[in-house]
Structure formats: structure tokens, C-alpha cells
Write a protein that binds this ligand. Structure first.
Ligand SMILES: NC(=O)c1ccc[n+]([C@@H]2O[C@H](COP(=O)([O-])OP(=O)(O)OC[C@H]3O[C@@H](n4cnc5c(N)ncnc54)[C@H](O)[C@@H]3O)[C@@H](O)[C@H]2O)c1
Length: 261
């Protein structure tokens, strides 16, 4: 399904991004990987870029080919670097890259955003998520964090809530929709990657252990990569503006508790 397609994948130096790049290359895609750090074994081409700033995104754009089939926004950070940097990487950098790559995406192409079960609260916190997702351009992230009172300890979930709301909206934004570019999200639960140790510090052991206990084990990168690539493929051509839980049933369990069924 991906043979001969060009996939731009961020966060390829570790965890979910590395596995997604490896699997895509295995399936015959031409992979252009992006990360802050050079991967130990790059699957395809690699471009070093920092997605936390407008300059970093612009520098990356200048090095990309004119035609891309799909963009997988996998790069992300846990929140330990504070609200401003976390909003920059997890949301504003991702959005800037998506909007700037859009003209190079072929008609019927796809964008897949890796969000998280941590963004589950987007409905409860809708007003803030809407306002964050509406801030134009690549804003001054420190000023945005201050304006909406985003505290360091909550910045990771807040960044993913904004990402989910933007995903739903982007699917209907003319920039993407007029050329049939689908925009979807994948939301993992806890996954055994280097970031999980940091989540334990940010979210607390109790929250992470409870999430894992609900579904018997943590996920692994090989659990998450195939659904990301499915959403890139033409097999997902009628899936747009969706958030796919890839969490062994965690979201269903939380829904049952929160909604009472
Ligand atoms: N592991 C989990 O438990 C889990 C759960 C839910 C969602 N996620 C999400 O999955 C995605 C991938 O996380 P992972 O688990 O593979 O973590 P990871 O730490 O293994 O990989 C993240 C990658 O992103 C890169 N990155 C970070 N900041 C960057 C920047 N400014 N510019 C470019 N690249 C940058 C890192 O260098 C790293 O290679 C993230 O968006 C994360 O929020 C992870």
C-alpha cells in the first residue's frame, strides 16, 4: 500500500518514529526521516531539524522534495522541558510543518498526527484547546503559555488536547480539504519508549501504572507503527478528521468509567 510513496516522518531517532520509518521502508516507501538527533540506523534519507521553532521548520522545508505523499508527525516531548517548549514541539511546530508541507502533498495525500490518551480531556477543556489551536502562525510560545495559564505540570496533556482539536478542524480546513488531504490522529496509551520514564515524572507513577493495569501491558512501538502507516495509505482514503485510539482498549476503559457504562 505504500510502495513507491514518499513519506516524511518526524521523530525517527527513537521509539515510535524509528519503528514507523523502519516499517515504511520495509513496505517499499521512500522515507525522509527528521529529528533533532541523527538516528543510529536511518531508514532512508535523514534531515536534522529542530521542530521547536519557526526557523527550524523553515530550514527543513528548504530541504524537502517538491512532492510528498504523506506526513507522519511523530516527534514529541514529555513536558519535562516546560510549557513553552512542549507547546512548541508538540503543537505549534507540528502545525507549522503540516501547513507548510501541505502544498507539496499530492492530492489525496495524508497527514497523521501522533497525539495521546493524555489528550483525552479535550472535550472537558474545549475552550482552552480551541483558543490554543487558533493562535495564528508560529506564536511566541512563552507568551501563549502565560496567556492561557498553561502550567508546566499540565503542559503535556494540554499540548495533545490542542493537537486533537486542531486535527478535527484541519480535516475541514480548505488548505487540506480542497486537495483531498486527509488529517487524522493516532492516540497511543503508555508505550515502552524512552519518553515513558519521563511521563512517570510528569504524570506520576500512579497514573501510568493505572493506565497499564487497565490493558495488562504497556504498548510497544511495533504496536503503534502499523496503524500510523495504515492512515497514510489509500486503504484509509475515507478516514478523515478521526482520532484512532491505539491503546489496547485503554480509552474504552476510561470512557466506561467517565461516562458510566
Ligand atoms: N511513549 C509513550 O508512552 C507515548 C504515549 C502516547 C503518545 N506518545 C507520543 O508518541 C510520539 C513519539 O514518542 P516516543 O514514545 O517515540 O518518544 P521518544 O522520546 O522515543 O521519541 C521522540 C523523538 O522525537 C524527537 N524530538 C523531540 N523534540 C524534537 C524537536 N524539537 N525536533 C525534532 N525532533 C524532536 C526526539 O529526538 C526523539 O527521537 C510523541 O509525540 C509522544 O508524545 C508516546
Amino acid at each position: 500500500m505504500l510502495f513507491g510513496k514518499t513519506l516524511l516522518i518526524t521523530g525517527v531517532a527513537s521509539g515510535i518514529g524509528a519503528r514507523t520509518a523502519e516499517l515504511a521502508a520495509h513496505m517499499g516507501a521512500d522515507v525522509i526521516g527528521v529529528d533533532l538527533r541523527r538516528p543510529q540506523a536511518a531508514a532512508g534519507a535523514f534531515i536534522e531539524a529542530d521542530l521547536a521553532s519557526a526557523e527550524g521548520v523553515a530550514g527543513l522545508l528548504a530541504r524537502l522534495p517538491r512532492r510528498i505523499d504523506a506526513l507522519c508527525n511523530v516527534a514529541g516531548i514529555s513536558g519535562t522541558l516546560g510549557a513553552a517548549t512542549t507547546l512548541a514541539v508538540n503543537f505549534y511546530g507540528l502545525r507549522a510543518l503540516s501547513e507548510q508541507v501541505a502544498p507539496r502533498l499530492r492530492e489525496g495525500g495524508a497527514i497523521v498526527n501522533v497525539a495521546s490518551i493524555a489528550g483525552f480531556g479535550w472535550r472537558a477543556n474545549l475552550e482552552r484547546a480551541k483558543l490554543l489551536s487558533e493562535e495564528p502562525g508560529f506564536p511566541d510560545v512563552a507568551a501563549v503559555a502565560a496567556k492561557y495559564g498553561v502550567k508546566d505540570e499540565e503542559c503535556y496533556p494540554v499540548s495533545k488536547e490542542a493537537l486533537l482539536v486542531w486535527t478535527f478542524r484541519a480535516a475541514h480546513q480548505p488548505l487540506f480539504r480542497e486537495r483531498g488531504i486527509r488529517v487524522n490522529a493516532v492516540s497511543p496509551g503508555p508505550v515502552e519508549t524512552p519518553i515513558l520514564t519521563e511521563f512517570r515524572r510528569v504524570l506520576g507513577d500512579a497514573r501510568v501504572d493505572d493506565d497499564i493495569a487497565r490493558v495488562s501491558r504497556a504498548g510497544t512501538s511495533p504496536d503503534i507503527a502499523p496503524p500510523i502507516l495504515f492512515l497514510c495509505s489509500d486503504g484509509a482514503r475515507w478516514i478523515n478528521g478521526a482520532n484512532l485510539a491505539v491503546d489496547g482498549g485503554l480509552e474504552a476503559s476510561i470512557n466506561a468509567q467517565v461516562l458510566g457504562f
